[in-house]
Design a protein around this ligand. Structure first.
Ligand SMILES: NC(=O)c1ccc[n+]([C@@H]2O[C@H](COP(=O)([O-])OP(=O)(O)OC[C@H]3O[C@@H](n4cnc5c(N)ncnc54)[C@H](O)[C@@H]3O)[C@@H](O)[C@H]2O)c1
Length: 305
């Protein structure tokens, strides 16, 4: 199949791309390299440098005629969305609508939307959050991702099969520790360089950390499945940021104590996801334990020093 991955030069999109290439698919990556890197994209993929907000995306789709679109490109930082909601809304909503309209124009068969579970459900009424949990995002990021999900439901015709993957906190090799990346990449990056590590808040907040290969695996499992789905993709296991600090410190041999700073806006206190729908529908469960995933991530980040 010919699969177009927006944001395929980024962290998650590049792992999805690699997985699809390894399964024999033809992959086209569309990315503007705002946070992604050419080095993340396999030589076997076709690379198109383009901003998804650019109307010219329709012509690219008309040239390439993908069977499937996997939409990963986004402004993916909660913190940045709090400070610059306009940019967040422009990329995540307007850019996403462009991708949707281009997909309509060429009549692709399937649209897989990569979105967030962690920033969607707001302060949970119950845990773990399943897909039916009320949606009350507390950041511009969560709101923009939810808004596009609604637009996709509205604008995509029935002939395009829409699947929605709501991801927990993803970590793994290639996550960029500079800027507003995930806490794991930041911890490892600082610890390997012997620098001070900052924890925002008291560190007792919990997150559901899912390894990136497990995300890429479920994405490929969705291809050509008969029914559209909305599914959470997480481990269902809460880990506090303090506990994470301990595990990463001891794996690296880091001896310093963290520095605590005030909590940042837009972050919920506790979140972890119920992924039993993915288990039931696809026999998918997260296969990589946090310990295994951290070792692989540390090893890959060590090579970059
Ligand atoms: N990292 C996580 O923990 C996590 C959790 C839940 C959902 N997600 C979602 O997964 C997707 C990928 O996130 P990521 O963590 O890999 O982030 P990332 O920043 O590494 O990847 C985003 C990619 O999109 C590209 N991009 C951004 N704006 C663009 C634009 N206007 N036009 C073209 N390309 C553009 C970037 O250059 C980058 O390559 C996002 O949709 C994000 O919302 C991420």
């Amino acid at each position: 199949m010919k699969i177009l991955v927006t944001g395929g030069a980024g962290f998650i999109g590049s792992h999805i791309t690699d997985r699809l290439l390894s399964e024999g698919h033809e992959v086209v990556v569309v990315d503007n390299f705002s946070t992604g890197h050419v080095a993340n994209v396999s030589d076997k993929a076709t690379l198109v440098e383009l901003d998804i907000c650019n109307q010219g995306i329709v012509e690219i789709f008309e040239d390439l005629v993908p069977d499937v679109v996997i939409h990963c490109a986004a402004q993916a930082s909660v913190y940045s969305s709090v400070n610059n909601p306009q940019l967040d809304a422009r990329i995540n909503i307007l850019g996403g609508i462009n991708v949707c309209k281009a997909s309509n124009k060429v009549g692709c068969k399937q649209f897989i939307y990569i979105t967030t579970g962690g920033a969607l459900y707001g302060d949970p009424e119950y845990l773990p959050c399943d897909e039916d949990h009320p949606i009350r995002p507390i950041s511009g990021y969560g709101l923009s991702k939810w808004t596009l999900e609604n637009y996709l439901n509205l604008l995509l015709p029935n002939s395009i099969h829409l699947d929605v993957l709501r991801l927990a906190n993803v970590y793994g090799p290639r996550q960029d520790p500079i800027g507003e990346a995930g806490v794991i990449a930041k911890f490892i990056h600082s610890m390997l360089r012997g620098k001070l590590v900052t924890i925002f808040g008291d560190g007792d907040q919990t997150r559901d950390f899912i390894y990136v290969s497990d995300v890429a695996r479920i994405c490929s499992m969705l291809l050509e499945k008969p029914d559209p789905v909305v599914i959470n993709v997480g481990t269902g296991v809460p880990t506090s940021v303090n506990r994470l600090f301990q595990i990463v410190s001891s794996a690296i041999g880091y001896k310093e104590r963290p520095r605590y700073e005030s909590l940042r806006d837009g972050e919920v206190r506790h979140i972890y996801l119920d992924s039993s729908r993915a288990k039931k529908g696809f026999d998918w469960v997260a296969e990589t334990s946090l310990d295994q995933g951290l070792i692989q991530t540390i090893n890959s980040m060590r090579q970059l020093i």
